[in-house]
Design a protein around this ligand. Structure first.
Ligand code: 2BA
Length: 109
């Protein structure tokens, strides 16, 4: 069994949740925050048999899109950096980040 720790943009969360349910997969949806943008994102915990990993990846790829997001510049450490650092930065986010973890045991009590 594998656990697919899947991080997606909030805008794709509902669509992915619906697609997983429609395809018979169980998942837990968590509200999370990206460390870089410090903006909300959505993390799914999806437990599946090894043979289903590829199918879940397909569903994620189909429902989650790459987008660009503007990032407000942070405070600079010197005045020389001011001109560069005060420009907002364009960052490409997603479609999705997937960590595939081996599950040692799955128990339902
Ligand atoms: P954030 O950390 O908010 O990152 C948002 C996007 O900013 C990233 O998109 C990436 O394009 C860019 N980015 C992140 N760190 C960067 C850096 N040090 N320098 C330049 N650009 C940087 P994605 O790669 O699609 O990641 C989307 C979200 O997935 C991330 O949100 C984070 O919550 C999670 N994530 C990505 N890689 C991860 C990792 N290795 N470990 C844990 N979480 C990760």
């Amino acid at each position: 069994m594998k656990l697919l720790l899947t991080i997606v943009q909030d805008a794709d969360g509902i669509k992915l949740q619906k697609a997983l349910i429609e395809n018979g997969f169980r998942a837990t949806k968590l509200a999370t925050t990206g460390g870089f943008l410090r903006a909300g994102n959505t993390t799914f915990l999806i437990g599946v048999d090894d043979a289903q990993v590829a199918r879940v990846k397909e569903i994620v790829a189909k429902t989650c899109q790459e987008r660009t997001q503007m990032m407000a510049a942070g405070p600079s450490i010197s005045s020389l950096e001011d001109a560069y650092m005060s420009q907002p930065l364009e960052v490409t986010v997603g479609g999705a980040i997937i960590f595939v973890l081996n599950v040692e045991e799955f128990t339902k009590l």
